[in-house]
Structure formats: structure tokens, C-alpha cells
Design a binder for this molecule. Structure first.
Ligand code: IPD
Ligand code: CA
Ligand code: CA
Length: 265
């Protein structure tokens, strides 16, 4: 498989899609809700997913596509080459802020992440990695992740998980938040993963994310020596929803064994 060629094509489409999204900023959005009143989708999310699907099908007809908005294929296994597409990660930010959202494209072969591309559209920052060939932000090669202690780390976590909620025992999260140097929440899993990759934050924790939220980020973070698992420390399967713990290696271990091991995630 010519991953370099696939990567060049994908980056070109991502840049084109980014241009389309930026030029939508002064137009009226058609906003709908999905599973709940805060689960939003716009006409642009749908148009961008359809744009990628058209390009992928024209150029790589044997590849399959798992897309958040459902315009791709029915995917029940990761045999062959599968593109995992989130046309806009952080739709709420896209609608409310016109920044802090990203396009996320992961290309997997038989379940192994080969290419990860995440485009911060508003800031024109393109993060990408080809497995075994390094990770980049625009044209700058990113250095491997350095170990940090929790006390010198910034933790990306949504406040929802530190207050009483029906998914997790929030009491286990409180010491983590108390011990960390600081916490941040950006509302976009894809960018929060690349912020781990660049060291802007040192760990990211979330519940019930979908494969399109983390497929691209996993390739980028792992290329830099970071660890990507669910909160039980197990590998993600990229077919079902799961919790997520992304961090540099030492910190990942500390969070799992010293803070989360009692959890029933
Ligand atoms: C969402 C964002 C958000 C995360 C949600 C995701 P979407 O993706 O990544 O940060 O907390 O769980 O659903 O819906 O904007 O693509
Ligand atoms: Ca998403
Ligand atoms: Ca989305």
C-alpha cells in the first residue's frame, strides 16, 4: 500500500474541506439535534462528510468508510482499508465560537492505524502522522513525548466527569484534578489528543467517545510514544464507543494505577 500517496491525497482534501468550512463562517447554518438537545449537527458537517466520501470513493474504490454522519458504509469489522471520518469534531464550538473544532481522518488497515490527520481549521494547523514515519504539525516534525509527573501536568478533562454523573464514580476523578497542575477543557476530542501530542496538555480523559473522535488522534499520539487506551488500560477497538485515556507513558501508568484502578468504567 502506498501510504505516502494516500497521505498526500488526504491532506489535499482536508485543506480543501477546511477552505469550504472557513467560507461557511458568514453563512447561516442549518442546525439540528441528534441523540439529545446538546448533540448538534449542521449542514456543513454533512456536506463535508459527503465531500470526503466522494473523493475517497473516486480515488480508492476498494476502501471502506466509517463516517460519523452515516454517509459511509455499514462497518462491522476493520478488514482491509477503512477510513474513519469525523467531518467536524467539536460541532458545538463550530456553531458557537467558529474556532476550536477540527476535521479528523484516520486511515486503518486491518485494524492498524496507518495515517492520522487532524486539521484545526480556524488556526490552519494541520497535524498528521504516517505510522513509522513521524508526526508533524504543518511542516514541523514533532519531538517524542516527554514524561511528566501529574503534579507538573495539565490534564484535559470535561467538568462533567468531576461532578456526579450517571456514567462514572466522579469521586475517583477528584484527587486527579486536585493533584494536577491545572485542568483544561476544549470541547473537541481530536484537538485534545493533538494537544497531548504537542505537549500543550499532558493527558486527556473522556467517557463514551466514538471511533471517529479518536481514530486519527491515536495514530498521531502513538507515533510520538504516547499511550492511547480506554480507562481500563485496554486497547480501543475502533468499532464501538469507549472511554479514553491519552497521555505520555509515565503519566498514563500513574493515572491508571494510582487513581483509576478502582473504577468500574
Ligand atoms: C464531540 C467532541 C467533544 C466530546 C464529545 C464528542 P462532535 O464530537 O469531540 O469534545 O466530548 O463526546 O461527541 O459531536 O462535535 O463531533
Ligand atoms: Ca467528534
Ligand atoms: Ca462530528
Amino acid at each position: 500500500m502506498d501510504w505516502d500517496y494516500i497521505d498526500i491525497q488526504a491532506k489535499q482534501w482536508v485543506n480543501e474541506a477546511g477552505e469550504k468550512i472557513r467560507s461557511s463562517f458568514d453563512k447561516t447554518l442549518n442546525i439540528q439535534t441528534k441523540s439529545n438537545p446538546n448533540d448538534l449537527v449542521t449542514n456543513i458537517d454533512k456536506e463535508i462528510e459527503q465531500f470526503f466520501i466522494k473523493k475517497i470513493r473516486e480515488t480508492f474504490p476498494t476502501h471502506r468508510i466509517l463516517g460519523e454522519e452515516g454517509f459511509g458504509d455499514e462497518i462491522t469489522n476493520l478488514d482491509g482499508v477503512v477510513w474513519i471520518v469525523d467531518p467536524i469534531d467539536g460541532t458545538m464550538n463550530f456553531i458557537h465560537q467558529q474556532r476550536n473544532f477540527a476535521i479528523s481522518l484516520g486511515v486503518y488497515e486491518n485494524g492498524i492505524g496507518r495515517i492520522g490527520i487532524i486539521y484545526d481549521v480556524a488556526h490552519k494547523e494541520l497535524y498528521h502522522a504516517i505510522k513509522g514515519k513521524g508526526a508533524y504539525m504543518n511542516d514541523t516534525k514533532l519531538p517524542p513525548l516527554e514524561k511528566t509527573t501529574l503534579q507538573e501536568s495539565i490534564l484535559a478533562i470535561n467538568a462533567t466527569w468531576v461532578m456526579e454523573n450517571h456514567r462514572i464514580d466522579h469521586n475517583l476523578m477528584i484527587p486527579l484534578v486536585r493533584e494536577a497542575r491545572g485542568t483544561r477543557s476544549y470541547g473537541t476530542a481530536a484537538l485534545e489528543m493533538v494537544f497531548v501530542a504537542t505537549g500543550r496538555v499532558n493527558a486527556y480523559i473522556s467517557m463514551r467517545l466514538a471511533p471517529w473522535d479518536y481514530a486519527a488522534g491515536a495514530v498521531i499520539v502513538e507515533e510520538l510514544g504516547g499511550i492511547v487506551t480506554n480507562l481500563r488500560g485496554k486497547n480501543l477497538d475502533f468499532l464501538s464507543k469507549d472511554s479514553l485515556l491519552v497521555a505520555n507513558p509515565g503519566l498514563h501508568q500513574t493515572i491508571l494505577t494510582d487513581y483509576l484502578k478502582e473504577g468500574n468504567w
